[in-house]
Design a protein around this ligand. Structure first.
Ligand SMILES: Nc1ncnc2c1ncn2[C@@H]1O[C@H](COP(=O)(O)OP(=O)(O)OP(=O)(O)O)[C@@H](O)[C@H]1O
Length: 601
């Protein structure tokens, strides 16, 4: 409930006056609707088609006096014209209200969607390390839809409740005793209905869990489709999917069963109540027939409202878990924001690094409850405008160190400094990130054209600049050969390219950004020797102009590095020039070199 009110407050903040106009319109439409129905009896009676004495009915006798005071005589066409005007006016108003309602809701959902997306993008990298990406997809699509539906339902309910209160007031005026009986019956029904609301909430919780599981599953399966196909795992996945789909169906039907049962009970009770009413009115209270007609009219309008409020509450309760899931995600990313505003632009050339990046006594672990550290007591200096290589066995902590140097993760102890200023400073962090060109182990490309993928980092670059970057990364030749050239669409994550082609393309993209720090995490691992040599030569030309940090398993790649950092089990165990380290016969670096060149120590 608390989460629901949070979003309602948000909507109130967003829509302001429009929300009240919308609600007033709904109320007015319901009133017109009610008047239209109530009027038909007295009007027909006034013109003598329906012969009843209306003197005893307060509101209607007033209306009768008013109509009688007119100087002209009311006839059937005029009565019907009045009726058409009221109901027609209501239909016109209804259309405007539906439009306004859609605008408010859609505007609110757009805002919520953008806010959540932006909040997620501004969260720290560590936030993403701890969570499944499919959970974000789930909240951003499925749960957002349920929040939308729930919010709209809640607004409908407020107007419905307001209108019901007005109707109760009218009914009390017309016949207090019988209305009280209706109200008491309604109250008993609401008490009885609490169990249905509780059950709806429980079913809603299961809906959230199942849909989360569904999103995670399809996400994993389609990401791993190559493994599934090559290992013939289709059957087990289809079996999993069928099972889950069955559970989703059951969950849906369970809600339908419960909702229809509550509706059945309410409807049956309404028939019993009407029968009881008529009996009481005629036999006990000796209500005159014309008053009875009005009371039955009131009842027939009031009771369905009770039923629909009850049914809407059940629907709303089944959506509570979506409100909670959305709010929980928001609170989590709000607590893990890394920058005030990631959209603030600091141009790469505005970031000047003279001395370099330094790690001072840095410790880091991925899980604060575990005793295992990914980095321990790291003290390194990455000099500006030099090339530094980081080497070590798999799992030694190379990528973690790079993430630390880029400010993606923050040390548990110690400090990372750029020219002596801590990376905990937002401006420093923003400046650093803007100045980095990063090529990951598993480079990311969008399912767009080569041109679009490149222009992502440099929207104003012309074709000549694109080709220059592509030449640098030895990617120009294969792109020239493809029939569509720069307009070639490269598939999901660049699936239509080979691993080496992808790496070269991402390297071109990094260069196009004109970074002052180039970070290559195993960025040339998929290249053949010829292309690797071409890139080495290109990097050689960059030396002295930008800071280059390279992780490489193939040590031939880093022969020209100014500094080599050797890591083992989260520690830096050697640090120095390539030549110097290769001559330390007992050192790990020498061992690694020997393994790769086939020389036994
Ligand atoms: N997201 C993570 N959550 C928990 N532990 C992690 C995570 N990423 C890495 N680790 C652990 O941290 C240690 C260092 O990993 P890291 O990826 O930095 O090694 P690496 O030297 O880059 O390895 P490789 O050469 O295989 O890429 C490893 O023991 C790894 O299991």
């Amino acid at each position: 409930m608390k989460d629901l009110f949070y979003f309602i407050r948000k909507m109130h903040h967003f829509a302001g006056m429009k929300l009240y106009i919308n609600m007033s319109m709904t109320l007015f439409i319901s009133l017109l609707d009610g008047i239209g129905i109530y009027l038909i009896v007295p009007l027909l009676s006034i013109i003598g088609i329906f012969n009843t004495n209306l003197d005893g009915i307060p509101l209607i006798s007033l209306l009768q006096d008013f109509i009688n005071s007119w100087s002209f005589e009311l006839n059937l066409p005029m009565v019907l014209a009045l009726y058409v005007m009221i109901v027609g006016g209501q239909a016109l108003l209804q259309r405007s209200q539906t439009l306004l309602n859609a605008k408010i809701l859609q505007g609110f959902i757009r805002r919520l969607r953008v806010e959540t997306y932006q909040g997620l993008l501004q969260a720290k990298w560590e936030f993403f390390l701890r969570r499944r990406k499919s959970d974000f997809n789930h909240v951003m699509s499925n749960e957002l839809g349920r929040v939308n539906y729930g919010t709209s339902l809640f607004l409908q309910m407020i107007t419905s409740v307001l209108f019901t209160i007005i109707q109760i007031g009218l009914a009390l005026w017309l016949s207090p005793m019988l209305t009280l009986v209706v109200l008491i019956s309604g109250g008993l029904l609401a008490l009885f209905g609490r169990r249905f609301i509780k059950k709806s909430k429980r079913i809603g919780e299961e809906t959230t869990e199942l849909s989360k599981y569904y999103f995670a599953g399809i996400n994993d399966h389609f990401n791993g489709i190559k493994d599934i196909k090559s290992n013939r795992l289709e059957q087990s996945h289809i079996h999993w999917f069928k099972n889950l789909s069955r559970r989703m169906e059951d969950n849906f039907i369970q809600f339908g069963k419960m909702n229809s049962l509550s509706q059945l009970i309410y409807r049956l009770s309404s028939v019993v109540l009407v029968a009881g009413f008529v009996y009481l009115a005629l036999e006990v209270f000796h209500t005159p027939p014309e008053e009875l007609i009005v009371v039955i009219l009131i009842f027939s309008r009031l009771w369905p409202r009770f039923i629909s409020i009850q049914s809407n509450t059940e629907q709303l309760a089944s959506n509570f878990p979506a409100f909670r899931a959305m709010r929980k995600l928001q609170m989590e990313y709000e607590a893990d924001q890394e920058l005030e505003d990631v959209t603030a632009v600091i141009k790469p050339h505005e970031f000047q690094m003279k001395y370099g990046i330094e790690c001072r006594d840095v410790d880091y672990r991925y899980d604060s409850n575990s005793s295992v550290y990914a980095l321990t007591d790291i003290n390194v200096h990455i000099p500006a405008n030099r090339m530094t290589a980081i080497v070590g066995k798999s799992g030694a902590g190379k990528s973690t160190l790079i993430d630390m140097l880029m400010g993606l993760i923050q040390p548990e102890n110690g400090e990372v400094l750029i020219d002596g200023v801590s990376l905990r400073d937002d401006q420093q962090l923003l400046g650093l990130r803007g100045a980095i060109g990063y090529v990951a182990q598993d480079p990311f490309l969008f399912n767009e054209s080569i041109r679009d993928n490149l222009k992502l980092v440099a929207p104003n670059a012309d074709d000549a600049e694109l080709w220059e970057a592509l030449k640098f990364s030895a990617a120009d030749e294969f792109i020239r050969k493809s029939p569509q050239g720069l307009d070639t669409i490269i598939g999901d994550r660049g699936i239509r390219l080979s691993g080496g082609e992808r790496q070269r393309l991402v390297l071109a993209r990094a260069i196009l950004k004109r970074p002052s720090i180039l970070v290559l995490d195993e960025a040339t691992s998929a290249l053949d020797s010829e292309n690797e040599r071409l890139i080495q030569e290109a990097l050689e030309l960059l030396k002295g102009k930008m800071t280059i940090i390279v992780i490489a398993h193939r040590l031939s790649t880093i022969r020209n590095a100014d500094q080599v950092i050797v890591m083992e089990e989260g520690n830096v165990i050697q640090q120095g020039g390539y030549q110097q380290l290769s001559q330390e016969s007992k050192g790990t670096f020498r061992q690694l070199l020997n393994y790769q060149t086939g020389v036994q120590a």
